[in-house]
Design a protein around this ligand. Structure first.
Ligand code: CMX
Ligand code: CO
Length: 157
């Protein structure tokens, strides 16, 4: 089940200048930075608010680190702006499967590594009314193990 807007991904040419805009204009500070080589991005995560599923909502600022990356290609075509939205779930595998079963193209066979050790996959924008859509399970918010027959429930342990 999708339970929050996890983040909005924003493509920019210059991460430091964009971080400074978000700090000076809105007062949002960087919570986390990393380079994700597989995705071809350098990113800054700005934490906006906690959510009632125990997660949080973020702005993800993205600068490409390679010309053949998805973000570099998108920037060359569109310029800076909103690149994708991401919904949070405790079960990215199950939700990707269910959404794929509805005929929406899921871009990865298995979720890959996203910000802060999360597991992510993407839905094709052409199947989502023009919106590149990401599904995210945060590290530490994995689906709880199913209770075993005849034993106490997972939450009692
Ligand atoms: N939002 C909406 N539409 C998009 C889009 C986006 N972000 N990116 C591409 N499209 C559209 C293009 O405009 C194009 O439409 P037209 O055919 O009408 O011109 C079509 O999709 C194909 O686009 P393309 O430029 O030829 O690009 P590709 O097909 O090579 O790649 C996609 C598109 C979605 C498969 C690729 O961007 C992808 O794999 N994205 C997922 C990974 C990603 O975005 N990583 C960066 C973020 C990492 C993170 O969040 O952690
Ligand atoms: Co993202």
């Amino acid at each position: 089940m999708l339970t929050r807007i996890d983040h909005i991904g924003i493509a920019c040419h210059d991460l430091e200048r964009t971080v400074e805009f978000y700090r000076a204009t809105y007062g949002f500070e960087v919570f986390h930075r990393e380079v994700n080589e597989e995705q071809g991005v350098r990113e800054a995560m700005l934490r906006i608010n906690g959510t009632d599923d125990g997660g949080a909502s973020w702005i993800q600022l993205l600068e490409p680190v390679r010309e053949d990356s998805a973000v570099a290609k998108w920037l060359a075509k569109n310029g800076e702006g909103v690149h994708h939205i991401a919904f949070g779930t405790a079960d990215v595998d199950g939700d990707a499967q269910k959404i794929g079963d509805k005929g929406v193209r899921v871009l990865y066979d298995e979720p890959r590594t996203g910000s802060m050790g999360s597991r992510i996959t993407f839905l094709h924008p052409k199947d989502c009314h023009g919106v590149l859509t990401e599904l995210v399970t945060s590290a530490g918010a994995e689906k709880p193990a199913a209770p075993e027959h005849g034993s106490e429930s997972a939450t009692d342990r």
